[in-house]
Design a protein around this ligand. Structure first.
Ligand code: EPU
Length: 420
């Protein structure tokens, strides 16, 4: 298993380009199912999850080609004739569930393995299923699979309310509604930029969607959609991770290929710690010196502080001057990084969904183990800031969501090495 060897306490300096968004690319790839023919996604990151989604589409009979050099994903769904997502692939990537809505809408049925629980929480898909059922699908659960079938020829438009603003749930049902008969209204929808990016591509495919980016989305179903050609948005979580990396090492980094407006909550909190975060025509410039001030955060759905940046920000708070509270409200179990940070000398106390972080003057290098994608990013940040040498194990988690992380860090002057 590969690991990263990092010698820390080196301020990061220079410029870093952000890759295309993983969490926008995955629903966009699933959306190709809605049209017969060749869709083209530009800027998709060369990450395992993108390849997994490609493999899933190939198993269904679609053709998938990815050129990592120019980040081009091509999906031809002309031959898609097997609306099935097998356990073997779904168990490696929960976002596989995004094929459910498009398959039922276009092929009248889908058999998709139920994703299990994961390291950050139970993560049920009840809201996806309740929405499809309300749109007229018959849903059965059989041997770990969801089998969904339209009752008539097509799904029907419906008024849906989400108890929680679920990101992939909103995406799944928006895609299903695009080909349903009649109007669908999604209330308390997720407002994340990835939802908006999907709506933009769907509209270019011929869908009629209004309100994406707000909590009420209205979709008037159409009979047919055409393939898309689309540029994916930059990855706001990768950008935020590099912003924290700059702050935690007392560095000076220009983050290129960002939409600063997608990073408002993170930028505000970073400024509160004393870092300078400036929007420039070339990108977002993050600069910091000395110990950060302690700052409290509460994760909430967009536009609030993202749960996907909680672990990284907590790491920054580990060396803050003062005590901060980190309140995780989106996932019930997203503190798996805490015991690992403690091994590096952090002083953190957990109580339910809340962590009290008492800043220490410095973290110390250690061997640590990644448990999920964002936890692995936070351990890399901790190692970059720590005095001495660290080894981060199980970085396959990191590779799921960060394209060429160590190469980008090397270019910023970090002392990092991948060990096979
Ligand atoms: N929830 C339910 N029922 C559902 C769906 C969600 O109870 O049917 C709950 C979840 O358990 C959670 C909350 O609602 O407590 C929000 O979950 P959401 O459905 O929004 O999460 P997701 O769509 O499964 C996406 C991202 C995650 C990110 C979350 C929250 C993708 C592919 N994944 O997951 O990204 O953390 O939204 O912003 O878009 C990551 O990239 O590291 C990652 C985990």
């Amino acid at each position: 298993m590969e690991k990263l060897l990092i010698r820390g306490a080196v301020p990061l300096k220079g410029a870093v380009p952000v890759s295309g968004s993983k969490n926008a690319s995955l629903p966009l790839m699933a959306a190709a199912i809605l049209a017969g023919g060749r869709s083209v996604l530009r800027g998709a990151p060369a990450l395992r999850d993108v390849l997994t989604m490609g493999a899933l589409l190939e198993q269904m009979g679609a053709r998938f080609h990815f050129s990592p050099g120019d980040c081009l994903a091509e999906i031809d769904t002309a031959g898609l004739n097997r609306p099935l997502a097998d356990y073997e692939l779904v168990k490696t990537m929960r976002a596989s569930v995004l094929v459910l809505g498009p398959l039922v809408a276009r092929h009248g049925m889908a058999k998709v393995s139920l994703p299990g629980g994961c390291a950050i929480g139970a993560r049920p898909i009840n809201l996806h299923l309740a929405g499809l059922e309300k749109m007229g699908a018959a849903i059965e659960l059989e041997e770990g699979y969801v089998i969904a079938k339209t009752r008539g020829k097509r799904l029907k438009g419906a008024s849906l309310y989400f108890d929680l603003p679920t990101v992939t749930g909103t995406e799944n049902l928006m895609m299903a509604a695009a080909l349903a008969k009649g109007v669908t209204v999604l209330e308390n929808a997720a407002r994340e930029p990835e939802v908006v990016d999907l709506a933009t591509a769907l509209s270019a495919m011929g869908a009629r969607i209004e309100g994406a980016g707000g909590s009420l989305i209205e979709i008037e179903g159409v009979d047919e959609l055409r393939p898309y050609s689309h540029d994916v948005i930059p990855d706001r979580i990768e950008a935020a991770t590099f912003a924290v990396a700059a702050a935690i090492t007392g560095g000076d980094v220009l983050i290129k290929n960002v939409r600063p407006e997608h990073l408002d909550a993170v930028s505000i909190k970073l400024r509160e710690t004393g870092a300078s975060v400036k929007k420039t025509p070339a990108g977002l410039k993050v600069k910091a010196e000395g110990r950060p001030r302690s700052v409290n955060i509460t994760t909430t759905p967009y536009p609030g502080f993202p749960t996907d940046v909680q672990a990284q920000f907590m790491t920054l708070m580990c060396t803050a001057d003062g005590t901060s509270t980190i309140n995780e409200t989106v996932f019930e179990n997203r503190f798996m990084h805490v015991p690992e940070l403690k091994r590096m000398g952090a002083d953190i106390e957990l109580q339910g969904g809340m962590a009290a972080v008492r800043g220490v003057p410095a973290l110390k290098g250690a061997q640590v183990m990644a448990t999920d994608l964002r936890a692995s990013a936070c351990l890399v940040l901790a190692a970059l800031a720590a005095e001495g040498e660290s080894i981060v194990h199980r970085i396959y988690h990191l590779d799921r969501g960060y394209e060429q992380m160590e190469k980008k860090l090397l270019a910023l002057g970090a002392d990092v090495q991948r060990i096979k």
